[in-house]
Design a protein around this ligand. Sequence first.
Ligand code: HXC
Length: 258
Amino acid sequence: YQNIKISTPKPGVGLITLNRPKALNALSSPLFVELNDALSKFDKDASIGAMVITGSERAFAAGADIKEMQSLTFSAAYTTDFIAPWSHLSTSITKPVLSAVNGYALGGGCELAMMADILYCSRTAVFGQPEIKLGTIPGAGGSQRLTAAIGKARAMELVLTGENFSGAQAGEWGLAAKVFETAEECVEGALKTAEKIATYSRVAVKAGKEVVNKSQDLGVREGVEFERRVFHALFGSRDQKIGMAAFAEKKKPEWSHE
Ligand code: HXC
């Protein structure tokens, strides 16, 4: 890979580090080809239970690559749908993905961070949807995910003013699940959570991610019905038998991932 680095720093954990330091990890098309490839490989890898996406201490990602988009026409944007690869993470990846956000997470960088299932950041991280300053708007789900996470009042203000907000605010507003003092602690915290998730039954984890994500698209009643169907279905898994038998026998479950 030219624009990302991948590693498996803890058992069951795939780490993807965005790596275009000179452009503050601006999310170019070649970067997305690599990111999607790495996500798919970890998703298919039976030894991996969860993934973490991070950037550098200075920038998670300073947005979509403005220089690449600069001369794009409406017809080219519409017909080639150059943003389509951005949907891969939220539509095709079934294992949990955490984002560990340090430094700038602006525009598409903020949007990528919000596509993750769990967002962690450092107190000094700089989030924002500054597209309005470029004469445009968020294009990779920012207006929808930010609004769902922090409410319409704040999201509307942020999208229309292009003002930044801090990691500390992301925590207070419920966008970030955890806020850390330093960049190092943030990445380590995300890796630890990913490691913990990777110790559980892959079947149950996949179902847990699926039902929580469904809550974003369905009304409460339909969502609860969907959850119940999936809950019933898990009685057909070996791991439900293993997990409950282990509890009854006061033993540690040895998951079959079946
Ligand atoms: C391309 C970028 C970039 C970006 C930074 N760079 N952000 N290149 N696209 N989004 C490049 C700069 O051009 C510069 O390259 C190098 O990275 C360092 O950036 P500087 O601006 O010199 O650094 P600094 O002064 O520290 O300012 C940091 C910054 C600023 C505040 C983050 O770079 C900035 O405002 N970036 C743009 C943020 C933005 O508007 N993002 C939203 C993009 S639109 P050179 O070659 O000069 O050294 C978007 C829409 C997504 O994301 C919709 C879905 C597709």
